[in-house]
Design a protein around this ligand. Structure first.
Ligand code: REL
Ligand code: ZN
Length: 420
């Protein structure tokens, strides 16, 4: 049906963005078979590392050690008191908790943490996964799978049964960022490697990657890179990228995802909450993607300052797909600005958002909040088209939105969407 008025257009776009199922291309969530790796519930929500950092800002009296010695529930109590009771929870990470509790139908007027806890005790993980995926309207979640993590490796090796809603991504940070300590872990796994990359080391790294690709069937290989990532460069990292990651990605036909711009542990006392960001050199991205045009790259960058040049670099290289508003960018004002700019430069050839959820329940807020902004930006873009005289069919808008919320990713991979 052709859309006749701008009011109809706005209503249809908003509703379609709200109801189209999502493929969430980067999360830290796990299927139930991964046991303790799957986090959910109100104490996990409250102890999300984003909220830990915010709590310390209001508590100069609290020592880091004292906080880390508390049990998870005690930490959650303290965070709840500090961020939700002593102050109003309008930071994005705090608002997220509010959205989740509200969407679950819990009574926010009481602000009764014990009552919320009681609800979570009453549900099973498996029912809860079903409930959250359904409420968030997320059809597929891509995990972050670390073959250097002994607990997780055990789960893969014992052939933990697979839930088709949770798909794998092979995460290789230790290989590229911590070779000095990770080479011995490869050796323990039976690969004949040496610290100085001599002998058959590079071939053995390739064998390691191929073994894990065979085991996990990952949609892509991924790494987070520091803000001073350089390419090319005379370094272990770049040798492993050139001689292991790139050839294996090519052979396996999967992309290499680079998440660039992290400064790890600027405040180690904050643990996971102690990472920061820095501006990166877009030239490094430009050089690697144009050197390997037959390899696909998924790229997200952490600094706001890199977003425009990243979008322009994608215009020049069709093997580069830009994704998500990562971490410190996952805030309404920045998502809006970045999404607007990307749609203007790249049309629909972009993945506007991923959730980065660490806790299952967060799917509710990360996607609710992002959908509202993507919807708003799309209304403006289609509205401008309308003013320019272009009339749209409902079917065309539905197609575009399905693409933005998953189709673009699957087409880039060259794979059918298994949930379609
Ligand atoms: O995948 C990553 O490296 C990051 O997204 C995480 O390390 C980070 O802690 C995450 O919670 C950000 O949202
Ligand atoms: Zn992440």
């Amino acid at each position: 049906m052709t859309i006749a008025t701008k009011e109809q257009l706005t209503a249809f776009v908003t509703e379609t963005v709200r109801t189209t199922p999502v493929t969430d291309i980067h999360t830290h969530l796990f299927a139930e078979s991964f046991g303790d790796l799957l986090l959910w519930g109100v104490d996990e929500l409250l102890t999300y590392h984003y909220l830990i950092a915010e709590t310390f800002r209001f508590r100069p009296d609290l020592s880091y050690d004292a906080f880390w010695q508390l049990s998870k529930q005690e930490q959650a109590d303290l965070i709840w008191q500090t961020l939700f009771i002593d102050h109003s929870p309008y930071s994005e990470a705090c608002r997220g908790v509010v959205t989740v509790l509200n969407r679950l139908g819990l009574d926010l007027s009481k602000r009764d943490l014990e009552e919320y806890r009681a609800y979570f005790r009453s549900v099973s993980a498996s029912d809860y996964i079903d409930r959250i995926l359904k409420l968030a309207n997320v059809k597929t979640v891509v995990m972050t799978n670390d073959p250097f993590d002994a607990y997780e490796r055990g789960k893969w090796e014992s052939g933990a049964s697979q839930d088709p809603r949770f798909l794998a991504a092979l995460r290789i940070d230790p290989l590229l960022n911590l070779w000095d300590s990770s080479w011995s872990k490869l050796k323990e796994q039976g690969y004949e490697v040496s610290a100085d990359l001599s002998g058959g080391t590079l071939a053995e790294i390739r064998r390691f990657l191929k073994d894990w690709i065979a085991r996990m069937n990952p949609l892509y290989m991924a790494v987070s890179l520091p803000n001073d990532f350089a390419y090319p460069e005379d370094s272990v990292r770049v040798r492993i990228i050139d001689e292991c990651i790139v050839p294996v990605a090519r052979e396996a036909g999967i992309p290499f995802a680079m998440m660039i711009g992290v400064k790890r542990k600027v405040n180690p006392s904050l643990k996971d909450a102690g990472d920061s960001l820095g501006k990166s050199d877009i030239g490094a991205v430009e050089r690697i993607v144009s050197k390997y045009q037959d390899v696909k790259f998924l790229v997200t960058m952490l600094s706001r300052e890199n977003q425009h040049e990243l979008a322009v670099t994608a215009r020049k290289n069709r093997n580069l797909l830009v994704f998500g508003c990562w971490w410190f960018l996952n805030n309404p004002s920045l998502i809006e600005e970045i999404t607007r700019m990307r749609l203007e430069l790249l049309g629909g050839s972009v993945i506007p958002q991923h959730s980065d959820c660490r806790i299952l329940d967060q799917l509710l807020y990360k996607w609710d909040h992002s959908r509202a902004i993507i919807g708003k930006v799309l209304c403006d873009k289609y509205g401008d088209l309308f003013d320019a005289g272009w009339r749209l069919e409902e079917e065309e808008i539905r197609r575009d939105i399905e693409d933005l919320l998953g189709g673009v990713f699957w087409k880039f991979l060259g794979k059918p969407d298994p949930a379609a």
